[in-house]
Design a protein around this ligand. Sequence first.
Ligand SMILES: [Zn+2]
Length: 296
Amino acid sequence: MSGAVVWREVVAAVILCDGQVMLCQRAEDVPYPLQWEFPGGKVEEGESHEQALQRELSEELGLTHVRVGRRLWSSEALYPDGKGFRLHFYAVEDYSGIPTARSGIAALRWVKPEELLQYEVLEGDREFCIVLPWLLHPERVDADEVFMRVALLEAQRAAAEGEVPVGAVLVRSGEIVARGRNAVERGADATLHAELIAIRQASAKLGRRLLECTLYVTLEPCPMCAGAIVWSRIPRLVFAASDPRAGACGTLYNIVQDERLNHRCQVRSGVLAEESAALLRSFFQRLRADESGMEA
Ligand SMILES: [Zn+2]
């Protein structure tokens, strides 16, 4: 599925000042004019990330003297038109002057990191908006909620693709190593559950034993996925909503903590459960409305 994607490297600047970060909004004549994003842009051929960021900030914001600091986060975004972006977010530690928008930028705004979720941002920046408050102040934030929110983002993408909205991410040492979303309909394959997709992706990178990983899922895993969690030796599972119809991690069965099996997993449930349940409810309501519309 991802074979045909041409990935473009994109760098974004996290300009921090007085505890606030800068967002920009593109002008009318460029794509996505109504959404906020972090300043930055595509890496040109032969450029380093640092050079690209310095060039973009000079062209976009008139910042001629910036010092690019450490890389804060990298993620991938696949747009519905098939374009893939690899996004790298860098801290900009030092800059001279007050940023002023140049051509192509309609507006600039300083916002508190914890308020980023209230902004309509580009698809590729959404994950970073979720993790940034945790990257800056890990002691103030519940890491399980942060990664569950990333899993919910995957679930929302599944819903947009006509799939039952379930998302999963696998995290090791604070880094997302794999992600998945339900793809049963698109793949015409009953085993394409979010968890299995994430586990296969992680195993391709890390091998068949996913020790030291935490799996975040927006819905309690079914018997098939609970089995896969046991076989891949995942030590910790966090899920959002319980599943009274198929839940195999405490509701109908408890496969991941069955003493008779040779591996057991620590479980935390109920993290952002209401948000996950609301997403599932609205998906099925829409589905029923569409079906009754078709019958009429
Ligand atoms: Zn499953």
